[in-house]
Design a protein around this ligand. Structure first.
Ligand code: ADP
Ligand code: ZN
Length: 206
């Protein structure tokens, strides 16, 4: 039986916005939260402490749209900071929160809140980025956003890492990552330079 908030009478649910970097996840999250505010709903937005690239207290998109957000260092802290009157909770960069977010998002939705979650669905190797797969299964609504491939201009679903590191999380934007389509994506560190270098030699051999 769907649970309904005892105070507001709202039915809670989970919406996920996923895709690669530069695909408009933050823009879309901000758009939905703004619309909720226009509808006079009580809104709280959260972002992880690990990502203070552009602002300490705002969600900022690559096109510079901004929305005030509370910075939290764990998913559990979202529960602690949650105002019981809040009707809509937005969470950006959700892939930084780990599996704890699955339980937290479910509890918020079960308590009658509309939970909007933005995050990368795949990592720099093209693997599922946890906890997004579980959140996608739990969600009532899923939006997959695509960026533009920086090599060929096709729709891009991958986040290409441009710097050398085996760490799952390397915080950065332009210069550190770029969007790539499935044909141009090179898992891990790009080796395209070698390919470009080798192509004339291969042609000469043929
Ligand atoms: P995300 O949250 O998915 O990283 P943002 O919402 O922060 O994306 O930024 C989306 C904006 O980034 C676009 O509206 C566009 O202005 C800009 N942008 C920069 N590079 C690209 C790209 N390769 N493909 C699409 N948009 C890009
Ligand atoms: Zn491409």
């Amino acid at each position: 039986m769907p649970r309904v908030d005892v105070v507001t009478g709202n039915l809670g649910w989970i919406e996920v916005i996923c895709g690669p970097m530069f695909s408009g996840k933050s823009e879309e999250l901000i758009r939905r939260l703004r619309r909720a505010m226009i509808a006079r709903k009580r809104v709280q937005a959260f972002k992880p402490a690990v990502d203070t690239r552009y602002s300490e207290d705002e969600i900022v998109s690559h096109s510079d749209s901004r929305l005030k957000a509370e910075v939290v260092s764990s998913a559990r802290e979202i529960l602690e900071r949650m105002d019981w009157r809040t009707q809509v909770a937005g969470i950006d960069e959700s892939n930084f929160f780990g599996n704890e977010l699955v339980d937290v998002a479910s509890r918020l939705a079960d308590s009658g809140k509309q939970v909007i979650i933005g995050g990368l669905d795949t990592d720099y190797m093209g693997r599922p980025f946890h906890p997004m797969p579980d959140l996608l299964c739990l969600a009532e609504s899923i939006t997959k956003t695509l960026a533009i491939c920086m090599r060929c201009g096709n729709p891009a679903k991958h986040t290409q890492r441009l710097v050398e590191s085996d760490d799952l999380i390397v915080v950065g934007a332009e210069g550190v990552y770029e969007a790539r389509c499935r044909r141009c994506f090179e898992p891990g560190i790009p080796k395209q330079e070698y390919l470009d270098f080798a192509r004339p030699l291969l042609k000469a051999k043929a």
